[in-house]
Design a protein around this ligand. Sequence first.
Ligand code: NI
Length: 157
Amino acid sequence: MAYRMIKTEGDPILKKKSRTVTEFDERLWTLLDDMKTTLYKAEGVGLAAVQVGVLKRVVVIDVEDDHGFMELVNPEIIESKGVQKESEGCLSFPDKSGVTERPMYVKVKAQDRNGKFFEVDGEGLLGRCFCHEIDHLDGISFVQRLAPGERVHLSKD
Ligand code: NI
């Protein structure tokens, strides 16, 4: 399990759309294992494959709740409810944060590392995290999801 360098703001790959995973093989498993190592080393709550330079629809999440560590391959939001406005950051924008507008509750359909479909839902931080990471797969960063009237802050602000 190797740490992979995290791409940061200004790297054009962060604006690209990731491709659907069709091969659930050794190569995918290595990617997932490396993303787990990278997520914990960077002390993040979520990471998308594009952030380590791989344009595959793969996400790992751990918001330190009962769900524990999660791997989501080809995740899709299938239901959402409510609205939340909370401060959000991103490992690819290390010194920035901003208040975004996200659904409060989100249900996601995804595949595991063997291709098996499952559903998972979450609210609050987890719901926000699902939205944030799935956005990455479409080349969208949190700075494009700011709530009306909000701006990006530097962490020194
Ligand atoms: Ni992010």
